[in-house]
Design a protein around this ligand. Sequence first.
Ligand code: HEM
Length: 363
Amino acid sequence: MVKDFSLFTSPGMERMPNGDPHAAVACLHNGPRIFYSPCNTRDGRGTWVITRAQDQRELLQDTLTFSSHRSLFASALGENWPLIPLELDPPAHSVFRSLLNPLLSPKRITELEPAVRDRAIALISKISASSTSCDVLTDFAFPFAVSISLRLLGLSDERLDTFVGWGRDLLHGDGIKQTAAARTILAFIDELAAMRRKEPTDDFMTFVVQAKVDGRALRDEEIHGIGVLLFVAGLDTVATAIGFDLAYLARNPKEQELLRSKPDRIVLAAEELLRAYSTVQMIRVATKDINFEGAPIRKGDFVSCATMIANRDPAEFEHPNTIDLAREDNRHTAFAYGPHRCLGSHLARQEIVIALEEWLSRI
Ligand code: HEM
């Protein structure tokens, strides 16, 4: 029941040039449907690990038994409020999800397309004009993702470097840097909310400060929970997706040439790369003792549904470790499954496709 496997520390999972952590999870699909990993979070906590896509889908639907309530960001500050809607359970989750859905609807994202493309072109042109090599994550993918998050919040790129630094410290810094960045980002959200209350525009934060749930205005903690999530949700997720995609294409020049000459294939290719290089580990907290396939899950235990495990499950995907950029009917769960399905998936897809289109046509 206990297995010496961790998404963070097992052989093949560590950060290294030309590493392939997604191939390293293939060993799990021949093993049990669930096992306990004693060290399977960034801060070294243990989780149960669900190894089959179908089991993950069932678990993610069962929000009564497997809760999303964790207060991850707030706990870095010694506080206790949820990221909204990510860390809410029903019925509160559906109230906020319905409120926020229109903000990232396909129509809104289509309207955003020219701005997203402009930002990709600006960053890529700078790289192609100044250098013959670059670090894709540092020089393009991360600043691009931060820049789009700023755009959502109604801000220009004027202070892009400052925000990139905050994002990097929050997501990759040590404990001290993380806490400092969390504090700075929260103060910034408060400042922005105050500005939009005074001078409303047509951006997200104006929408949030004017919004009502159950006939009342949002509380400060709710504004924090929404503002912080909207800022951070699309940073590492989008940046790593672009990073993995460009690394794959760099190693596969024929596929690269094919997409360059037939850019209409990029949309389908991006889906396959999302499947093959999924990154998000969803963690749920058991709300009661429950027996899952003989595993004695106890109330309060963490249960992990890692998309990188589900999306290489041979029961769901033919030849899961072969990357087929023309794969059809690609029902991957890179954007999750169930009520917490990614609210930003339309935007994320648009960012990735535009990044690939502009990169391949300019570099
Ligand atoms: C490739 C990029 C992305 C991936 C792979 C991704 C993946 C995910 C996943 C797996 C979840 C579910 C997490 C859980 O249930 O624990 C999620 C939720 C969420 N994502 Fe994304 N995401 C991406 C980009 C974005 C972007 C650009 C935004 C927009 C700002 C965004 C906003 C959200 C929000 C608000 C939620 C919470 C939804 C809810 O709880 O109802 N994501 N995302």
